[in-house]
Write a protein that binds this ligand. Structure first.
Ligand SMILES: *Cc1c(COP(=O)(O)O)cnc(C)c1O
Length: 492
């Protein structure tokens, strides 16, 4: 079975829709448009019926993995199932058909929602105020770093350094460097957490902020967090928390109470928006009272019973989005928080933690877990023992695809050799976790007994192992699978 291009399905004269005959005289384009902008040839669009289009794109979508079709244990990414209710709410015409240039008097409902979302995020994190503008986690980091710079500048200080633990997500040092800071790496202690002595040695008057992730990317909670923030604050060093891992903390503890000065949340991860593949996100930044004057503008304010855009503020770092943020993602987050409520959010985080610990307990005898403590929402294993057979974490991940599971994150965090990072999320059932554990056990057995099978994986996917750099730079959309395969059927 091959998948032709939509152009190859074209049959001259075939149509999806036909217009009714016009009852006014036709006007030639050249009569109303400048001649140089008028086509002289008809574009070679495919001529197809509606169902040709629907079947074509539905089939293409089935060549892929998604949260709606497969378990997706991609560590750090929080690929959880997103309730369809949020989609319905975001698509309600009263939200979806608004235009950002409409006057505030016409969009009171939306402003109320944004205002309410900001208040709920403050309640969840213990922060004083949020900007909802940043369109992704990494843009939230950038916004946070602008605020950090503005804060120190206003106090007449030019601080040039950001401290970042070696377990950090790659976007942290990238955002810091992009903002003109120099990055100093903090070496983690033997327990995978921040080493207080290392931190003390690195803190000085040049340091603008410590950028940390809690729980960190090993899935471990920074148990010394209060000591860490107190040490930093002694030297007026701000604490930026990468809050992308908030899925582990909802209703259990609050970064604001730990001494965090500012953080970004990844609403598309923790608060349920389908994401990945460059899809829309939202990375709101929350700050303490001392940093509120620096937030981007405009923000929604409540005046009496009316909601309005607040535009003025002489310390604001300015806009970070052309409009008000990815509002559709904000609506989904609002719907998600309201449907779960406080108790539901606590249950979600507790279940995410239990699921990760269950899976870790089932798998720790199969592949070692280097920092094997009670984990939060994710854990990291190493495939280094399979090196003797010439197998890497990459090969294990590819072979898991053949068993119907999306691959875990590999080779990250960098402090674990040949890492496999697994985040089951709260939305997966025990049955699914057991199936995944059994699949991983089989892959590791195969790696030991018939390593070639694993090295040549995947074998049952629409495409086999690709040169990934070449596939990204020179995509060959005409690629045909050598043998017939049924891409949607999971295999076991
Ligand atoms: C996903 C993630 C980011 C980046 O978020 P984007 O929305 O992809 O820009 C940053 N830090 C951590 C820990 C993450 O998991």
């Amino acid at each position: 079975m091959t998948t032709p291009l939509i152009f190859e399905r074209s049959i001259p004269g075939r149509r999806g829709y036909r217009y009714a005959a016009s009852d006014v005289p036709p006007i030639a384009p050249v009569e109303v448009l400048p001649a140089e902008h008028v086509r002289t040839t008809t574009p070679a669009w495919p001529e197809v019926a509606e169902f040709d289009v629907v079947r074509h794109y539905t089939r293409l979508s089935q060549l892929n993995f998604s949260v709606d079709t497969h378990f997706y244990p991609l560590g750090s990414c929080t690929m959880k199932y997103n309730p369809k209710l949020n989609e319905r709410v975001a698509a309600m015409p009263g939200f979806a058909w608004l235009h950002p240039l409409q006057p505030a008097s016409q969009v009171q409902g939306m402003l109320e929602l944004l205002h309410g979302l900001e208040q709920m995020l403050c309640a969840i994190t213990g922060m004083q105020a949020f900007t909802l503008q940043p369109a992704a986690g990494a843009q939230g980091e950038l916004t946070g770093l602008k605020i950090i710079r503005a804060y120190h500048q206003r106090r007449g200080q030019r601080r040039s350094t950001i401290l970042i633990p070696d377990s950090a997500h790659g976007t942290n040092p990238a955002s810091a460097a992009l903002s003109g800071f120099s990055v100093v790496q903090l070496k983690s202690g033997p327990d995978g957490l921040i080493d207080l002595n290392e931190l003390k040695a690195r803190l000085n008057g040049e340091v603008a902020a410590l950028m940390l992730t809690n729980p960190n990317t090993l899935g471990l909670f920074e148990r010394q967090i209060k000591a860490i923030t107190a040490l930093a604050h002694e030297q007026d060093v701000l604490i930026y928390m990468d809050g992308a891992n908030m899925n582990a903390l909802l209703g259990i503890c609050r970064p604001g109470d730990m001494g965090v000065d500012l953080l970004q949340l990844n609403l598309h991860k923790t608060f349920s928006t389908p994401h990945g593949g460059g899809g829309p996100g939202a990375g709101p930044v929350g700050v303490t009272q001392a940093l509120e004057p620096f937030l981007p503008l405009p923000r929604v304010r409540k005046r009496g019973r009316q909601f309005a855009w607040h535009e003025q503020g002489k310390h604001s770092v300015g806009r970070v989005h052309g409009w008000f943020g990815n509002v559709g993602v904000l609506v989904r987050a609002y719907a998600y928080i309201r449907t779960l409520g406080r108790e539901g959010l606590v249950r979600a985080s507790e279940t995410a933690i239990i699921n990760a610990n269950y899976l870790k307990a089932r798998l720790r005898g199969v592949l070692p877990v280097p920092y094997d403590q009670h984990c939060m929402h994710e854990f990291v294993m190493t495939a280094k023992l399979l090196k003797a057979q010439g197998i890497t974490a990459w090969d294990v991940a590819k072979r898991l695809l053949d068993y119907g599971f999306y691959a875990p994150t590999v080779f990250f965090p960098l402090i674990v050799e040949d890492a496999l990072m697994i985040e089951p999320t709260e939305t997966e059932s025990k049955e699914t976790l057991d199936q995944f554990a059994e699949a991983l056990i089989r892959v590791v057995e195969e790696a030991r007994q018939q390593p070639d099978t694993v090295k040549r994986a995947p074998r049952r996917m629409p495409v086999e192992r690709l040169d990934e750099v070449k596939a990204a730079r020179e995509p060959n959309l005409r690629w045909r699978p050598a043998e017939a395969s049924c891409p949607t059927a999971p295999h076991g």
